[in-house]
Design a protein around this ligand. Structure first.
Ligand code: IDP
Ligand code: MG
Length: 149
């Protein structure tokens, strides 16, 4: 089944929003298959955001992501990659719709609380970057039949 990589950024952890964020993915019906809190190395942050290496905000972004612990997660479910991006909302929290994580909790693009993979292939790359295979649990919730027809 489809999987995506979700990271609660340092601002989300510092502001005590870890539980709220996890709750939104849980009640939507997605399955948590990997979870850890970690201090991010500069190397990992740079690899994760490699696509933005030439952007003016790259240096500040790496500083931010390495400044305080993050919560890294893998969530699973039908269409989870695109659906997670909808739950997260637009990159700029001031443009993000109310009801989305960034729309409800954020005010500025450099403190937008959470990362979600932007495509299935990106998700596969990011999951492999952040998690060892043994850190992921393949399990099916007992309520599966009440979530999927
Ligand atoms: P996304 O997180 O919604 O996929 P991207 O365009 O991939 O957005 O940018 C990655 C991250 O880089 C954003 O989530 C944000 O933290 C940061 N970022 C993007 N644009 C800016 C900017 O103009 N100023 C500061 N930070 C930015
Ligand atoms: Mg992105």
């Amino acid at each position: 089944m489809e999987r995506t990589f979700i990271m609660i950024k340092p601002d989300g952890v510092q502001r005590g929003l870890v539980g709220d964020v996890i709750r939104r993915f849980e009640v939507k019906g997605f399955t948590l298959v990997g979870l850890k809190l970690l201090a991010v190395s500069r190397e990992l942050a740079e690899q994760h955001y490699d696509v933005h290496r030439d952007k003016p905000f790259f240096g500040g972004l790496v500083e931010f992501i390495t400044s305080s612990p993050v919560v890294a997660m893998v969530w699973q479910g039908d269409g989870v990659v695109a659906s997670a991006r909808k739950l997260i909302g637009a990159t700029n929290p001031l443009s993000a719709e109310p009801g989305t994580i960034r729309g409800d909790f954020g005010v500025t693009i450099g403190r937008n609380l959470i990362h979600g993979s932007d495509a299935v292939e990106t998700a596969q790359r990011e999951i492999a970057l952040w998690f060892q295979e043994g850190e992921l649990a393949a399990w099916e919730p007992a309520i599966h039949g009440w979530l999927y027809e």
